[in-house]
Structure formats: structure tokens, C-alpha cells
Design a protein around this ligand. Structure first.
Ligand code: 4GY
Length: 258
């Protein structure tokens, strides 16, 4: 998969994209990441990329011409094509299912806004999709683009061990079970003895119950979705019932009252 990132601050990407798993993925040719400095498409002597907002108000707006020229040049260069995505708090909320969807594409073009934002006409004409990584405001889209690249790249086949993707949190609406490694006792805290028992069936059942316990305690909203999606087994539902949890929204109550 090919990622193109359009930014005024390409140096920000050194580090996150050049270490660890993303570094290995690039070395192995599973993904390529191409950084483009939007300022390279400014045409005036001062290489201007921003200007004051029409109508007045605080801050600066990213000018249409350099940004549009950058997007069009990057789109036109090299096959295959891919959607142009703007990182913005106005976008659809990023989640694991969007990451999975994007990971099926051959290419993704990410546009990082800065200052107060980009000229609305570029949005209208050239942006295919807007994504937000959360309901908070960053100083620019760069950190958000890195989050999206990281979450998508690890789902590209061959980037990480495929078993860890199936098992992980959010792929089936349940949080992860707790993890332990050596030593068996640390600062007086022992690893749960079941994990040292070698009884694989019991370990799997314990891990499943820990996932359910955690999800109930921390994210009851996810548990409701798990039930609605039909991913809870009879054993899961029995355990949850012991803990006083009932799948919501059946329209019936069981207490004999209205
Ligand atoms: N949240 N999710 C986000 C963001 C910064 C003004 C446009 C976010 O994705 N991007 O906060 N981006 C803004 C700053 C210009 C980008």
C-alpha cells in the first residue's frame, strides 16, 4: 500500500514513521510512505501558503492554489489512484472498521491542514473524505495523519503477525485480556496461577472471562454491541448474567413490573 502525505511540516513525520513496525514494513516493501511539502507548490517569491480569512477573524487560512496544485500533482504522479482524505475535527470519527476499510485500498492520500484550516473551495473540489481521530483540536493534521497511517499500515497483509489482528481489542467488540510476562512474581504481585498451569483450555476460558469482565466494567457500550452482533456465546451470556448483566434493548423486562 502507498501512503502520500501532504503537509507544511514534513519533518514532523521523522520518528513515528521511521521506527519499529512501520520502519520494517517499509524495508520489506509492504508499504511506502511519500511525504510532500505543500510549500513546494507555492509560486511567489516568499513561497506563501496562507492568507488572512475573508470576513475577518483570527488566524490564517491555507490558500487554495498551492494546496490544490500539490494535491493534483501528487494524484497525477504514479498509479494507482486513491482517495484524498483531509484530517479534521469535522470529519467522521476514525475507528477500527474505517482502518480496515482503508487498508484494502492500494493508495491513500492524506492532507494535513494547519492554522485555522484550508480554503473551503479546495475541500469542495478535491477532498473525497474527511476523517477525525477524536473530538479535540490539534495544532495541525500531522499527528492525526500519523495515527491513521499507523492504524491502517499494521492491517496491510504481512506487516504484523495476522493472529494478533484477529485476537485484538475492538475486532470483536471485546477489550483484551490482561497480559503477563516474566518474572512470575514482581514486587509481591504474582501472575495468575492459571497462566502457569499449562491447561490450554482453561487458560482460553479464563482469558475470555477476563475480556468480558473488563468490557463490562469499562465499556458496557461495547458489550451491548457485541451482544447485538451475535458474537457472545451461550457461555459468555451465562457468565454475564451471573454478574447481573442482561443484553439491553430486547423490549422485555424480567422483573415482573412495567
Ligand atoms: N481532531 N482529527 C484533527 C485536528 C487540526 C485546524 C485543520 C482531529 O483529525 N484532525 O484536530 N486537526 C486542525 C487544525 C486546521 C486541522
Amino acid at each position: 500500500m502507498r501512503f502520500d502525505i501532504l503537509t507544511l511540516f514534513p519533518a514532523m513525520f521523522q520518528g513515528p514513521l521511521t521506527e519499529s513496525i512501520l520502519k520494517r514494513a517499509q524495508q520489506a516493501g509492504k508499504i511506502t510512505i511519500h511525504l510532500h511539502d505543500i510549500r513546494d507548490w507555492a509560486t511567489d517569491r516568499h513561497r506563501t501558503v496562507d492568507d488572512a480569512p475573508y470576513g475577518g477573524g483570527a488566524g490564517m487560512v491555507m490558500k487554495a492554489e498551492p494546496l490544490a496544485a500539490a494535491i493534483q500533482a501528487v494524484q497525477a504522479a504514479d498509479e494507482p489512484g486513491g482517495p484524498v482524505v483531509l484530517l479534521t475535527p469535522d470529519g467522521e470519527l476514525f475507528n477500527q472498521s474505517i482502518a480496515r476499510e482503508l487498508a484494502t485500498l492500494p493508495r491513500l492520500i492524506l492532507v494535513c491542514g494547519h492554522y485555522e484550516g484550508i480554503d473551503e473551495r479546495v475541500r469542495e473540489r478535491l477532498i473525497d473524505r474527511e476523517i477525525s481521530i477524536g473530538d479535540y483540536v490539534l495544532t495541525g493534521g500531522e499527528l492525526a495523519a500519523m495515527v491513521v497511517v499507523d492504524a491502517v499500515a499494521r492491517l496491510v497483509p504481512g506487516v504484523i503477525d495476522s493472529e494478533s489482528i484477529v485476537e485484538e481489542s475492538h475486532s470483536d467488540f471485546l477489550l483484551e485480556y490482561p497480559h503477563y510476562t516474566r518474572p512470575a512474581v514482581w514486587e509481591g504481585l504474582a501472575v495468575p496461577s492459571i497462566l502457569l498451569s499449562g491447561h490450554h483450555g482453561e487458560i482460553a476460558r479464563w482469558r475470555r472471562s477476563e475480556r468480558l469482565r473488563r468490557t463490562l466494567a469499562r465499556r458496557p457500550d461495547l458489550l451491548a454491541r457485541a451482544a447485538a452482533a451475535g458474537v457472545l456465546t451461550k457461555a459468555d451470556l451465562a457468565l454475564l448474567a451471573e454478574w447481573g448483566w442482561q443484553p439491553p434493548g430486547s423490549g422485555w423486562n424480567t422483573d415482573g413490573h412495567e
